[in-house]
Design a protein around this ligand. Structure first.
Ligand code: FAQ
Length: 321
């Protein structure tokens, strides 16, 4: 049981934490923080890291089949960037007292979430364009506000990630632009990819606000700055002129402009599909996890070799001292 002195200290710490948040200051790893704040950050940052790592798979699928050497090297660079994002984010989560092994175990044992979007297949080259344009586009829309997240290591990781995501979004748009201005078959392939990725990319923003249990508290702690629906709405508004520039149609037949609010109002999202994917029953859930598990097993010798080398270096320094 906490003593009275401990309780008083905790109240003072809580007050200091609240003041830092109210004053738009950053919380750093050395600072006291409420246990729920710490757990929320571990949840969100680790889910985000897992998304980047699993998110390498749908695109890696096309590295060997990219239509030119230039396209291949750009795609390799993009997939490597996603690995880097995963690593920054795992490092940010580690500052909160969880180990990389614990996070990896949770992912490969199927206990951790990662973004629903990566549970869809990529059957054509145009999917690389649709992922870059829509998926990275949605990621930027969601993540730019996270650069101001109250937890320092997360916000700082997001600054760099967002810069790279902007390049990803542009390369996806450019792939689709070339296809949509190519042969009728290429244009059709681009339209088909956009038709398949549009709705899942809207689901990336999470459940609607009235079904989002974490939003209110995360916004009060200034981890999230906008609600899921606000960001989704912003994204739809950004997509409309880009559909026009691409010469492609938006697959939402109910999309309409509302003069009064000055916003594009979208049709109903298929939340049943979202729930299915979250429950592990999306088109590629099992395959994604199996692949990640196999990659982890195949990489065991690399981890062992790295640990042995680190130990050798440490011993050498100790004996030299
Ligand atoms: N998929 O109460 P909320 C990328 C879960 S990175 C799966 O609204 P919250 C880069 C949620 O975790 C994409 N699960 O939760 C790239 C929670 O579960 P829990 C990843 C979802 O946290 C591009 C429950 O539902 N980005 O794309 C999803 O306040 C191309 C209730 O939801 C991030 O992670 C979903 N879509 O808001 C890589 C951004 N949505 O733990 C490769 C950071 C919700 O309570 C190629 N994260 N859930 O059981 C966030 O901004 C937030 O965590 C949200 C969810 C907005 C995703």
């Amino acid at each position: 049981m906490a003593t009275m002195t401990e309780e008083l200290t905790e109240t003072a710490e809580q007050e200091r934490f609240d003041a830092l948040i109210a004053d738009e200051q950053r919380i750093e790893p050395r600072d006291w923080m409420p246990e729920k704040y710490r757990r929320t950050l571990i949840r969100q940052i680790s889910q985000h890291a897992h998304s980047e790592i699993i998110g390498m798979q749908p695109e890696a699928n096309w590295i060997t089949r990219a239509p030119s050497l230039k396209r291949k090297s750009i795609l390799i660079a993009k997939v490597q960037d996603e690995a880097g994002h995963g690593l920054y984010l795992y490092s940010a989560a580690q500052t909160l007292g969880i180990t990389r092994e614990e996070m990896t175990d949770a992912l490969i044992q199927g206990r951790a979430r990662y973004s629903s979007i990566f549970n869809y297949h990529t059957p054509t080259w145009a999917d690389m364009g649709a992922i870059g344009w829509l998926v990275d586009g949605a990621a930027i829309c969601n993540q730019v506000p996270l650069c101001r997240a109250s937890y320092g290591p997360y916000g700082r990781a997001m600054v760099r990630i967002c810069k790279e995501e902007s390049f990803h979004q542009r390369q996806g748009f450019e792939i689709l632009y070339e296809l949509s201005h190519g042969t009728p078959e290429q244009k059709q392939m681009a339209q088909d990819a956009v038709d398949r990725w549009y709705w899942p990319s809207l689901m990336m923003f999470g459940p609607s606000d009235d079904a989002s249990p974490n939003s209110a508290q995360s916004m009060a702690w200034k981890i999230k700055r906008f609600s899921n629906d606000e960001l989704r709405q912003r994204f739809v508004g950004m997509c409309v002129p880009q559909f026009e520039a691409l010469g492609l149609g938006c697959p939402d037949p109910d999309l309409r402009y509302d003069e009064e609010s000055g916003q594009w109002i979208m049709g109903e999202i298929d939340w049943a599909e979202f729930e299915e994917v979250l429950a592990g029953r999306g088109p590629a859930n099992a395959e994604r996890l199996r692949h990640r598990r196999d990659a982890h097993d195949d990489g065991a010798w690399v981890r062992e070799a790295a640990a042995a080398y680190a130990q050798k270096m440490q011993d050498r320094r100790r004996f030299a001292a």
